[in-house]
Write a protein that binds this ligand. Structure first.
Ligand code: UT7
Length: 314
C-alpha cells in the first residue's frame, strides 16, 4: 500500500491514581522541590494506587481510545502493547487488554523497546496495516515505572511515574496516516540504563548525564532526517511529540531545531517520565487541535539504548 497508513481514529489515556508532588517526595528522600523543578521541569507525577498496575492502566487507556473512536473492542484485529513493566512475564499485557475490551481471539502481543516502545509499535502497526495483515490496530504504550524504581534512590525516583496511552489505528487509504519511521538500537549502551522485572531485586539504574547527552543529540537528528527525506520542512510539522524524560532535554532539542516552544509538546511537568506511555499520553492533548495536511513527529529514546521516530500526516 502506498501513501499514508495507520490513520488515528481514537485516542485515550490513563494515569496512576495517586498524585505525588515534589513536596510529597521531600518526606521520603533527601531532595527538594527546587532541585527537581530546575533539573527536570517535573512538578508532580502520578503513581499507581492500590489495585492498579501496568495492565489496569493499559485497559483504561484502551477503553477510552475505543470510545473516542466510536469503535468496539471486537472491531480491532491486532493489539500491540509497548511496555517494560508487565506484572508477569506471561501472559502479555496485550492479551489481558484483549480480554478486558471484549476482543477474544484477536492477535495480541507486547513489544519491548523501553521508552522508544510506542514509536517502535507505530512502525510495526503501520507495516501490519500496509501488508493487509490487519485492518484496525489498538496500539498501547503502558508502564508502571514505580514497580521497577527504588523509591529511596533520589536520582531516579523523582523522575519516573505510571501511565498509559492508547490509539486506535485504521488502515486508512486516504491522505492521513504514518508516512515514515526511523528505528534504531545500540546494545553497546545497555549499561547506561537498565532495570529488572517488577517485584524483583534489580531496580532501575540510570547514568543520567550520558543519557541526557544522547537524547539531546538524537531528537533533532531524527527530526531533521524525517523532514529531509520526506521533502517537507519543519514549518509543515504542527507538533513534535518527544518522549517526556526531562523538560531540559526537550528545551535543548527545541533550541537546536530552532522550533517555537508551542510546537513541541511538554507534559513531563505534570506526568513525569512514564516510559512507553509518555508519547501516547500526549495524543489526547493535541488530537482535537490537529490541522489536516500538516504533520506530527513522535520521537522516542530509552534503554537499550533504543531510539525511534514516526512521521504522521494529519
Ligand atoms: O526515559 C529514559 C531516558 N532518560 C533520560 O532521558 C534522563 C536523562 N538524564 C536526566 O534527565 C538528568 O541527567 C537527571 C535529571 C537524571 C539528573 O540531572 P543532572 O543535572 O544530570 O544531575 P546529576 O546526576 O549530575 O546530579 C547533580 C547533583 C549530584 O550531587 P553532587 O554529586 O553534585 O553533589 C546528585 O547527587 O544532584 C544530586 N541529586 C539530587 N539532589 C536533590 C541527584 N538527584 C537528586 C535529587 N534531589 N532528587
Amino acid at each position: 500500500m502506498n501513501g499514508p497508513v495507520g490513520k488515528i481514529i481514537g485516542v485515550g489515556s490513563a494515569l496512576g491514581g495517586r498524585v505525588v508532588t515534589n513536596a510529597d517526595l521531600e518526606g521520603i528522600i533527601e531532595t527538594d522541590n527546587q532541585w527537581i523543578v530546575d533539573r527536570t521541569g517535573i512538578e508532580e507525577r502520578r503513581f499507581v494506587a492500590e489495585g492498579e498496575d501496568c495492565v489496569t492502566l493499559a485497559v483504561d487507556a484502551s477503553r477510552e481510545a475505543l470510545a473516542n473512536a466510536g469503535a468496539d473492542g471486537s472491531s480491532v484485529d491486532l493489539i500491540l502493547c509497548a511496555t517494560s513493566t508487565a506484572p508477569e512475564s506471561m501472559p502479555s499485557v496485550a492479551c489481558l487488554v484483549g480480554e478486558a475490551i471484549g476482543a477474544p481471539g484477536v492477535g495480541a502481543m507486547d513489544l519491548a523497546a523501553a521508552c522508544a516502545g510506542f514509536s517502535y509499535g507505530a512502525s510495526v502497526a503501520s507495516s501490519m496495516l500496509a501488508s493487509g495483515a490487519a485492518n484496525r490496530v489498538l496500539l498501547i504504550g503502558a508502564d508502571a515505572m514505580t514497580e521497577v524504581v527504588d523509591e529511596k534512590e533520589r536520582s531516579t525516583s523523582v523522575l519516573f511515574a505510571d501511565g498509559a496511552g492508547a490509539v486506535v489505528l485504521d488502515r486508512g487509504g486516504g491522505e492521513s496516516g504514518f508516512v515514515d519511521h526511523i528505528l534504531g538500537a545500540d546494545g553497546r549502551m545497555a549499561p547506561l540504563l537498565r532495570a529488572g522485572h517488577p517485584g524483583g531485586e534489580q531496580k532501575l539504574y540510570q547514568n543520567g548525564r550520558e543519557v541526557f547527552k544522547f537524547a539531546v543529540r538524537i531528537i533533532p537528528e531524527m527530526v531533521e532526517k524525517l523532514v529531509a527525506r520526506n521533502g517537507i520542512t519543519l514549518e509543515d510539522v504542527q507538533y513534535i511529540v518527544p518522549h517526556q524524560a526531562n523538560a531540559r532535554i526537550i528545551q535543548a532539542a527545541a533550541r537546536k531545531l530552532d522550533l517555537p516552544e508551542d510546537r513541541i509538546v511538554v507534559n513531563v511537568d505534570r506526568f513525569g517520565n512514564t516510559s512507553a506511555a509518555s508519547i501516547p499520553l500526549s495524543y489526547p492533548e493535541i488530537f482535537e487541535k490537529l490541522d489536516p495536511g500538516r504533520y506530527v513527529i513522535t520521537v522516542g529514546f530509552g534503554s537499550g539504548l533504543t531510539w525511534a521516530a514516526n512521521l504522521y500526516r494529519v
